[in-house]
Design a protein around this ligand. Structure first.
Ligand code: ATP
Ligand code: MG
Length: 268
């Protein structure tokens, strides 16, 4: 019987465990405490997102990955927090222009993390009520550009699968080095599969001790059928046992990457 690490190894070229903690310094007018990469720029957690950033380069050295869809099997696994922190970590590289798009039109969260209005957003752009240029004129936080979701709608699939969406992505690709899409879960709705087929890469958030392994397999099969490209997994909710922390992060990575049967894996 394969365990979750074996399954992930098949999907993956790598997986990184960004351990998440709320920033204690957090909550000024620009972002809430979930944006650890902004508040605690030199912390262990930010370092994990930077490792993820480096791993993105190595996922496809021949043709650089520009458009990235972040999804997971079900609700509340860490998609939005991962999208926001990965986007901010990517934008710390001043040579790169980074755009974060809230493509979870059912349960948007990016505007809350960055404390900006949800409307107007992408839905207004689709409807012709807002100009996309207004969102990409100036960054929202430091070097990071954001397009919020806009009005909450129950069936965004028709917007997402339209030629118009494809054209927007192509246009945005000319202006940005990275575009990160925060999306809803795979199992219940098709949004992330549709977007995944239009983008270069899809990253699956897997929450340790919560995401059932059969759901990961099911989601990956669905995504592949839809021509989306699930290239790697991001583990959230990993706890660092005290002694691992003191043994140093390299040892910690080693355990994860090579399927060490340690404390953090026992929940499976
Ligand atoms: N890396 C992480 N480790 C531990 N907890 C996390 C991590 N990332 C997010 N969380 C926590 O998990 C919960 C859900 O986070 P988030 O809103 O990012 O999930 P989501 O998958 O986007 O949810 P939804 O499906 O509702 O959009 C929040 O309480 C958040 O603080
Ligand atoms: Mg979310």
């Amino acid at each position: 019987m394969p365990n979750i690490v074996d399954i992930l190894k098949k999907i993956d070229k790598f997986f990184t465990p960004p351990v998440y903690v709320m920033s204690k310094k957090g909550d000024d007018a620009k972002a809430d405490a979930r944006l650890v990469t902004y508040y605690d720029k030199y912390s262990y957690v930010t370092e994990q997102y930077k490792v993820l950033r480096t791993n993105l380069y190595s996922l496809s050295p021949q043709s650089p990955i520009k458009t990235i869809v972040i999804t997971s099997t079900q609700a509340q696994e860490g998609k939005s927090v991962t999208s926001c922190n990965l986007a901010y970590a990517l934008s710390l590289d001043s040579d790169k222009k980074v755009l974060l798009v809230d493509a979870d039109f059912r349960k948007p969260a990016v505007h809350k993390v960055f404390k900006i209005p949800r409307k107007p957003g992408f839905i207004e752009v689709f409807k012709g009520e807002a100009d996309i240029e207004n969102f990409i004129k100036k960054p929202v936080l430091d070097n990071l550009y954001i397009i919020t979701s806009g009005t909450i709608i129950s069936n965004p699939s028709e917007f997402l699968s339209s030629l118009k969406m494809k054209n927007y992505i192509e246009r945005l690709k000319e202006k940005f080095d990275y575009i990160i899409f925060d999306t809803p879960p795979v199992i219940n709705v098709t949004d992330s599969s549709i977007l995944g087929a239009m983008c270069d890469c899809l990253l699956m958030v897997v929450r340790m001790g919560v995401t059932p392994k059969n759901m990961v397999e099911e989601a990956v099969t669905m995504l592949k059928h839809a021509q989306a490209k699930p290239k790697a997994c991001i583990l959230t909710g990993a706890s660092i046992p005290f002694y691992y922390y003191y043994m140093g992060r390299y040892k910690y990575y080693y355990h994860y990457r090579y399927g060490y049967q340690g404390t953090t894996r026992r929940s499976y």
